[in-house]
Design a protein around this ligand. Structure first.
Ligand code: FES
Length: 99
C-alpha cells in the first residue's frame, strides 16, 4: 500500500466542521491546531475523554493498546488523541469541550 503524503480530511458532520490532518499527526492535534475545542485530557490514550465513533475511514494508533475494549473497537469507537489517519475520516459523537 502506498503512503498518502497530502493531509487527510477529517469531517465532523454533527458540527458541520472539517479539518485537515497529516498522516503523521494525531487527529486530536490536528483538530486543536484548527481551533476546534474538542474534549480531551490525557492525550495519551488512557483517560477516554476524547472517545468518539469512527463512521468511515481507517486509522492506526501511535500506541500499542489504547484504552478501548475489544467490543468498543469492534463497534467503531476510537481515541483520536492517539489515532493517526490512514484515509479521510468521518467522526461522530466527539464532545465539544467547555473551554
Ligand atoms: S485525551 Fe485521554 S484518551 Fe484521548
Amino acid at each position: 500500500m502506498s503512503k498518502q503524503i497530502q493531509p487527510f480530511t477529517i469531517r465532523l458532520p454533527q458540527y458541520d466542521k472539517e479539518f485537515l490532518c497529516a498522516a503523521e499527526e494525531s487527529v486530536l492535534d490536528a483538530a486543536l491546531k484548527h481551533g476546534l475545542m474538542l474534549a480531551n485530557s490525557c492525550r495519551n490514550g488512557t483517560c477516554r475523554t476524547c472517545l468518539c465513533r469512527l463512521q468511515s475511514g481507517q486509522i492506526t494508533y501511535q500506541i500499542e493498546w489504547p484504552g478501548l475494549s475489544f467490543d468498543e473497537k469492534a463497534e467503531g469507537y476510537i481515541l483520536p488523541c492517539v489515532a493517526k489517519p490512514l484515509s479521510d475520516l468521518v467522526l461522530l459523537d466527539w464532545v465539544l469541550s467547555q473551554a
